[in-house]
Ligand binder design. Structure first.
Ligand code: BTN
Length: 259
């Protein structure tokens, strides 16, 4: 294993391991391969560069900049696959906590449904969650991929982007940020285990971007327009349509109505 990132084992939460690579196609793909080979984690797979970084909805996550975080957590939670809807909110909250720990003002952070993290209305982090299902739909493992623009962001993006460096003028090392994220994730996950989805939603909702505002959601097969009125108990985005009815959405990209 080539490794130009420094060893972070001592910084990780108890029982959580990390494997650091200089270059991978995708940390999510690597974590999936490890899971298929029997690895159960909890293990953070992290790369300095990705050659085929993957985003949500089949998109590419531009990953050539050294200094950004490209990391995937592999673990095997003892929960049913249907209960995993909390995971995107748990992860987004953990990213927010790590950003605050490294100097971003809490009031500048927003969570954009389903799992983007914004600083000052611009995307700083994206999350790609992949489940590995075994026999009869049983959840074997889950991979939580997290990209954080610490130092750089692509020039041409559908939604405005930013980096920690651009927002606060300095940035933590990848290793220090990973350590903060790993600890924050354990805390947010335990909060969910102890208190359930309602408690996670209670933390996420005050940070929700565009809540009670008109937006359009790109559903891949067309746009849906309406007002983002609440989060469903199942993590769905509930929007009020112009005819007054409510619709729950489970995937898509949200844009303000003037975009
Ligand atoms: C998105 O907003 O579309 C999600 C982006 C997720 C990117 C991260 S970077 C680390 C991990 N490995 C990948 O290939 N993707 C995720």
């Amino acid at each position: 294993m080539q490794n130009t990132l420094k060893d972070v084992s001592v910084l990780m939460p108890e029982g959580v391991r990390a494997e650091l690579y200089d270059r991978l196609d995708s940390t999510n793909t690597k974590a999936r391969m490890l899971a298929q080979a029997g690895e159960k984690g909890p293990l953070w797979v992290i790369a300095k560069h990705q050659t085929m970084g993957r985003g949500r909805l089949g998109r590419t996550w531009v990953s050539d900049a050294g200094g950004n975080l490209y990391a995937s957590l592999l673990f095997a939670p003892k929960v049913a696959a249907r209960d995993l809807s909390a995971l995107s909110f748990i992860t987004a909250l953990a990213v927010g906590d790590a950003l605050v720990a490294h100097g971003v003002a809490a009031e500048d952070i927003a969570c954009k449904w389903p799992n983007d993290v914004l600083i000052g209305d611009k995307k700083c982090s994206g999350i790609l969650i992949e489940s590995l299902l075994g026999a009869e739909g049983h959840l074997d493992a889950v991979v939580v991929g997290v990209g954080v623009n610490l130092v750089a962001f692509p020039a041409e993006t559908r939604f405005p982007a930013t980096s920690v460096q651009d927002e606060i003028g300095h940035t933590p090392s990848v290793e220090d940020f990973l350590a903060s994220l790993a600890h924050a994730f354990v805390d947010q996950w335990q909060h969910w285990e102890n208190f359930g989805f309602g408690a996670v939603a209670k933390r996420w909702l005050p940070l929700a971007w565009n809540m009670n505002k008109r937006c359009k959601v790109d559903m891949a097969d067309g746009f849906v327009e309406g007002i983002f009125v609440r989060l469903g108990d199942d993590g769905g985005m509930v929007i009020k349509l112009d005819d007054g009815t409510e619709k729950s959405l489970y995937a898509g990209d949200v844009y303000p109505i003037d975009v």
